[in-house]
Every structure is written in structure tokens, then in C-alpha cells.
Write a protein that binds this ligand. Sequence first.
Ligand SMILES: C[S@@+](CC[C@H](N)C(=O)[O-])C[C@H]1O[C@@H](n2cnc3c(N)ncnc32)[C@H](O)[C@@H]1O
Length: 388
Amino acid sequence: MSYSPLPSPSQAALAHSQCLVAQIMQAIKKSGGALPFTEFMTQALYTPGLGYYSAGLRKFGTKGDFVTAPEISPLFSHCIAKQCQPFLAAFDQSVILEFGAGSGVMATEILKALERLNCLPYQYLILEVSAELRQRQQTTLQTQIPKLFNRIHWLDRLPSQPLSGVILANEVLDAMPIYRFRLDEKVVTEFYVSYQDSQFVWQYLPTTNQSLQIAVESLRHQLPVGYISEINLALPAWLQSVADSLLAGLILLIDYGFPQREYYHPQRHQGTLMCHYQHYAHDDPLILIGLQDITAHVNFTAVAEAAIAAGLSVAGYTNQANFLLACGLIELLSALDSNNTPAYLQQAQATKTLILPSEMGELFKVIALTRHWDKPLLGFSRDERIKL
Ligand SMILES: C[S@@+](CC[C@H](N)C(=O)[O-])C[C@H]1O[C@@H](n2cnc3c(N)ncnc32)[C@H](O)[C@@H]1O
């Protein structure tokens, strides 16, 4: 792949990146010359003050590196609010907990919609690992919905008491550090990152990580030798801790990805790792350190299996188009003032982006995990369910 079309960072951005590079080089030295890619990704994204998500760069929206669904249209969040409504109405002091709230726009729009539906949660909690984003969320929410601001609280860790209500995460799983591997004839090879001639380079070593070895060997029957891909080994523990925080209600996870048979499809032999820099997508995570997003698609079968192991029920799985249409996206669009032509046309265009198969409609999936809930879920009521 050629990277020539990538825009050049400013001098200030390059200086920022160099500070992070120096820190990662130290970590590489300390660990004897190479870091497992998962640790490299953790540092590139989350080093306090320097990592992509932890520093002050603009990430979301047209001026950032990528656009997420809640940034495209408030109607996306209004659909989520409608899915939350029965859960909030069912419990006393119901709570919404959002992971990784980005710019804060989804929280803003969900709360506005729930206020109109007369179904506000007792509290809206946000768990955000980035101090910089937390600050930005506070500014957005205080400016946009000052009257509701006292219901919103930021957490450093999961709540000590399990809650009843809804736990949400939009495009959070894809931002979790993954292991990168190659399935070789006799061994599982792990991707490490080392530093040579003033740049980060790949090193390929037989893995010494038993969990990775076992997980990848279990896929050997379906993969050709030489197959490269990713795996999120932290997912089961993460989902267990999230499940432990839910006394009763819904966990709604939205992200791009596939069920396992498609995720590890022989044709996807270079994996799903992607980087985003100023709306350019490419596959080299070893450049633009701290300046670009690094992501991997989500294996939704692994999410479902981890959820079941954590004592949750898989109450629904579908693609974003089906979910939004079932939640009444078209009705919400029709209710907008069509005399205000530019604003209406903008929302009509945004609706297309959210649901067209060639845009976000099919690649993005929604999975609903529940505890102590046996009623059908609005967002999964269309017949077009897809298989896990
Ligand atoms: C791609 S952004 C998505 C932001 C937002 N949800 C949206 O849709 O616009 C990923 C977000 O997840 C956060 N994040 C990543 N890992 C997390 C974790 N383990 N717990 C909470 N937030 C996390 C990041 O800091 C960032 O805010």
C-alpha cells in the first residue's frame, strides 16, 4: 500500500508525536527490544497526555479523522433513546451508563430525546478512559443541556453497586487493543514492534502467550497457513466486569464487525486492522504515532460467547440498518420540518449514510445483551435478523 496521499502533519503535531515515540522506544528497550503489538497499540492510543485518545487532537467529525454515527445525525441517538425507554421505565432509579462517550454528542441527544419522551434516567453515567475527551464531553453537555447536567456523572471505573437500566457502547470495542498474529505451519506467530533506523518495524516471533496460542490454535481448522488476523483477548474479562455491573436491563454494543465465520474468512487473510488519519484509511499502525486512530473490526460471535459465559442473554443481533429502521428512524425523519429544506435534506442524506448497505447499514452491527428481561426488543423486531 502506498501512503503518499496521506496529508502531512503540522510541525506541532510532529513534535507531539515525537514525544510519544520516545516514550514507546523506552518501553521497547525495557522489554528487551520488542513490544507485543497489543502493548504498542495501548501506548499509541492511551498513553496519558500523548496517546491518540488521550491527547487534545480533534478526532471526530469532518475536521477530525473519522465520523461516527452519532456525529452524522442526532436521529441515530434518538433511535437509541427509544430502545432505552422501556428499560428506563421498568426500574426505579434507572441509570444509563455510556462507555467511551467521544465528543458527548450521543449522550446529549439521548437525554434530549428521553426528556421529550418523559422518561429521563435517574442518572447518566459516563466511563471514559481519556481525560481530554472527558473534558470535552463536560463542555458539550453543559452547553447543550444545562438543565440536565446535574444528572450526568463521570466515572473512573465501573460503579461499585450494580445498576438497573442500560449500558451503551458505540464504537468502543473496535478501539480496544488487540493481538495481531499469523498462523504458521507449526507455530502461532505473534506480531511485535521494534525500533530500527529511526522507525518502528514489525518483528514476528513465535508467541510465548499461552492464551493467544490456545485461541489461535482453536481456529486452525478454518484458516489457511500464513493467515494474518487479530484477536481481542481482553474481551471476556471486560464483558464479565460490565455484566457484573448490570443488576437488570440491557447492554447495547454497536460497532463494525462480523460473526466469526466471516471475521476469519479465508479471503480476509490480512486481518481487519485499520488506521484513520484525517479521513484517510490505511493499514500501517507504525506511522503517525499518536496522531492516527488504530482499530480492528469486532468478532461478534466472540462477544456473544463472552456474554453468555458472563451470565447474560443474547436478546438480539442485527445490522445497524435493521436496528435503526425498527426503532423508527424513517418516522423520526418524517417528523422533521420539511419546510426547513436545507436542514431536512441534510438529515435525509445522513439517514442514507446510516442505513445504506454501501455505507454504514450492513457493516455496523448491534448486539443486545440482557439480564432479567424477557420482553422483545424494539430494535430487533424486524424479520431481517442476521445469524451470529
Ligand atoms: C471511536 S471512539 C467512539 C466515541 C463515541 N462513542 C462515538 O461513537 O462517537 C472510541 C471511544 O472509546 C473510548 N474507550 C476506549 N476503550 C475504552 C474503555 N475500555 N472504557 C471506556 N472507554 C473506552 C475512547 O477513549 C473513545 O472515547
